[in-house]
Design a protein around this ligand. Structure first.
Ligand code: SF4
Length: 459
């Protein structure tokens, strides 16, 4: 281990300070820290990290350039694969992707690829490093519907190749799930905004407040554009389907996070859009969205419990997010699930009837199936936030019967994102169901290549 040095310590703000505000929790590495960490790369490495990255970032190459202090070339290497390294460096699930494959992991300390990538991305934004674009214009128009992770990659790749790209976003700010779903303390809006400024500088026209499916139909878009990419994600929440789920005070994580992140509920009265949570909040679920909701509710002043139907080992959130949540004071209730929501006044939720569970035989995911023990207890709450998963957004398919979807509402595509309608492509969560930011970006890259290929054939 000593031969390759110790992994850099990523600095975080103290829990007692950060649990009171929405400022970023982890701090960007200093240049010397990034260079030192990047120099832990080893010569005989066969780059399993690159295979572990869904967009195939050339990790050893960008690390070597960073170690040499050549941050500009490191950035130009990164953006061949991830157009937004300051974002992917922050939100990727690195421990199971690039860092999960790192050969130094066997020694217990993989290279902090995400932290170095974030440093390089931030450095490039601060220093206004320009992204190279093709001098040759294609004189072809592509509509990108949705401005989340998949849409960002498609728009960026095609704009750089010389296409005229218009991006349509239903909300009043761009970013999709990166904007409405991920809180400021994990991904500051200033970073997101700078990445969209960069996209605009590539010539991408970003139109906000346009709901494709109602403002324009897909057919109308096809009259004006040579190709249309659908990357509207999976934002339709799943419900528990237990009695009392419609009481006031029970939010889906999507609604709650949108109100916090986009409507800035945490900045009341500066923003006139407060949210009332009360003293005790229960968040149902244990993925990254559940952690984001729990940590946001904590910052709004509530006592917060994660209620999860399995155990700690089975939680699907990033390990670092669970650790941060715990440090900040979020409490966990394992092997427990709502059987019913109760209301003392017939309108507002006042308690959850919780059934106790125990681990059973493994299910298809390989995790122990939660089995009811037959015992229940009532847990008083003021607010409940459900974060148990999402379905693909149904709006466009429901207005476009020719667009083939499967029984789960996922748009059916070939390996490169071609849908049942000629000229219409799709990728990301609307095709796969809920996935990670970088997996959606991987789809974006594949589909951008297919669109370029198909439009090039048309001359
Ligand atoms: Fe790792 Fe994400 Fe960067 Fe790929 S894009 S190298 S998975 S941090």
């Amino acid at each position: 281990m000593s031969k390759v040095g110790k992994r850099v310590q990523i600095r975080t703000r103290p829990p007692e300070e950060r649990r009171r505000d929405f400022n970023e929790v982890e701090l960007t590495l200093e240049p010397e820290e990034a260079m030192k960490e990047a120099s832990r790369d080893i010569k005989y490495c066969v780059a399993p990290c690159t295979r572990g990255c869904p967009v195939g970032v050339e990790v050893p190459k960008f690390l070597k350039l960073t170690a040499e202090g050549n941050f500009k070339e490191a950035y130009l290497t990164l953006i061949q694969r991830t157009p937004v390294p300051s974002i992917t460096g922050r939100v990727c699930q690195q421990e199971v992707q690039c860092e999960g494959s790192c050969v130094l992991r066997r020694a217990g300390e993989p290279i902090a690829v995400g932290a170095v990538e974030r440093f390089v991305g931030d450095w490039a934004l601060e220093n206004n490093i320009e992204v190279p674009v093709s001098a040759e214009k294609k004189h072809k128009r592509v509509a990108v519907v949705g401005s989340g992770p998949a849409g960002i990659v498609v728009a960026s790749d095609l704009a750089r190749l010389g296409y005229d790209v218009t991006m349509f976003e239903a909300y009043h700010v761009p970013g999709g799930v990166l904007a409405y779903g991920i809180p400021e303390f994990r991904l500051p809006k200033r970073i997101l905004n700078k990445e969209f400024d960069r996209l605009r500088s590539l010539g991408v026209d970003i139109q906000l407040g346009v709901v494709v499916g109602t403002t324009y139909t897909l057919k109308e878009l096809l009259q004006d554009y040579n190709a249309v990419f659908l990357g509207v994600g999976a934002g339709r929440p799943m419900f528990l389907n237990v009695p009392g789920e419609n009481y006031a005070g029970i939010y889906t994580a999507n609604e709650f996070l949108t109100r916090v992140n986009l409507m800035k509920a945490y900045m009341f009265p500066e923003y006139d859009t407060p949210i009332h949570l009360g003293k005790r909040v229960a968040v149902i679920g244990a993925g990254n969205t559940a952690m984001d909701a729990a940590r946001s509710a904590l910052r709004l002043g509530s006592e917060v419990y994660i209620v999860y139907r399995r155990g700690r080992q089975e939680m699907t959130a990033r390990a670092v997010e669970i650790e941060h949540a715990e440090e900040e004071g979020v409490k966990f209730m394992f092997w427990a699930a709502p059987a019913e929501f109760l209301s003392s006044d017939g309108t507002n939720v006042s308690a959850i009837r919780i059934m106790k569970l125990k681990p059973g035989e493994p299910d298809r995911s390989g995790r122990p199936r939660p089995v009811p023990t037959g015992e229940t207890f009532d847990f008083e709450v003021d607010t409940v936030i459900t974060a148990i998963g999402f379905y693909p957004n149904p709006l466009i398919p429901s207005h476009t019967p020719e667009l083939k979807v499967d029984e789960k509402g996922r748009v059916v595509v070939d390996m490169e994102g071609r849908t049942s309608i000629p000229g219409v492509y799709a990728g990301g969560d609307i095709v796969t169901g809920e996935s990670t930011v970088i997996e959606a970006m991987g789809w974006g890259r594949r589909v951008a290549r297919a669109i370029d290929h198909d439009l090039s054939l048309k001359g």
